[in-house]
Design a protein around this ligand. Structure first.
Ligand SMILES: [Zn+2]
Length: 129
């Protein structure tokens, strides 16, 4: 039996284990001086497995925050037109959709809306007349 070969899985496991600690030390500079046990202590977890779960949890939160942020960016990306109350105006990228809304508003609410092109050339907006 090749001893070197049989030790490989264990070696990989150890490397993987140390990689997580290494990543944590790099990502969180305030933890860079801590040893492995101190890191577990810091996160108030007893094992690497728990630490991993904890990290996944944090990652999920960060991912959610990023997604929310990107959603806001996408909103801002459309245009900067605001209505009289200072809210961002709904942007119709499709003129047909805007015309449908005019028709709908007239028929259901009896409100006459006018179509105009977004000054930032992003699409169309509707305004009350
Ligand atoms: Zn606009």
């Amino acid at each position: 039996m090749n001893l070197k070969k049989s030790l490989k899985p264990i070696k990989n496991k150890l490397q993987h284990k140390n990689r997580l600690y290494h990543t944590i030390r790099r990502a969180y500079t305030h933890l860079s001086e801590l040893n492995n046990e101190e890191i577990l202590d810091y996160y108030n977890v007893g094992s690497l497995k728990e630490l991993k779960a904890h990290i996944e949890h944090i990652k999920a939160i960060l991912k959610k925050q990023t997604e929310d942020y990107e959603e806001k960016l996408a909103e801002l990306d459309s245009c900067f037109c605001v209505d009289s109350r200072g809210d961002f105006k709904y942007l119709y990228e499709d003129k047909k959709e805007a015309l449908k809304q005019i028709e709908y508003s007239m028929r259901i609410k009896g409100v006459k809306l006018t179509l105009y092109a977004c000054p930032f050339h992003c699409g169309w907006h509707l305004s009350k007349t």
